[in-house]
Design a protein around this ligand. Sequence first.
Ligand SMILES: [Fe+2]
Length: 160
Amino acid sequence: MIYRIRQFIQGLLAKITKEDIKFIEKYLNKEEIELFKKLRVSEQYHSLYVAYGCKSKFADDITLIRAALLHDIGKIESNLTLINKSIVVICIKLHFKKDILPKFIQKSLYYKNHHPQIGYNILFNMNIEDDVLYLVKNHHNEYCISSKALETLKYYDDMY
Ligand SMILES: [Fe+2]
């Protein structure tokens, strides 16, 4: 719960600095940056901090850092605003049936559940390297045979 409140406040205060942009430009190409910028600022901020965390652990793992920046790219078309995200979390906690939820929350729920696969599809069509695709697709998969990179991505994804 405290994590969720912290994430909400972080999202409200999210700001991308010049240093952040330099960091993004180091790891993503122009086309990928254009895509990244389509994320909400709060999602950009989250992805950046996940990437900073991954870099602090494995500074030379370019694949991991790229995957961290791109892991939530499947949320681009979503309506997962900070408020909707909070409503979805509450609905899941209370085990509400999908059918009784308003349409806009059904949409948010869809993106919450499917954004790894949606992101994978977007990035696959851009010929992104397989190792990045694997991490993006499985960053919420509890049953995936894990690797150090995937564990690290999940760890910092949960932290920020
Ligand atoms: Fe995610």
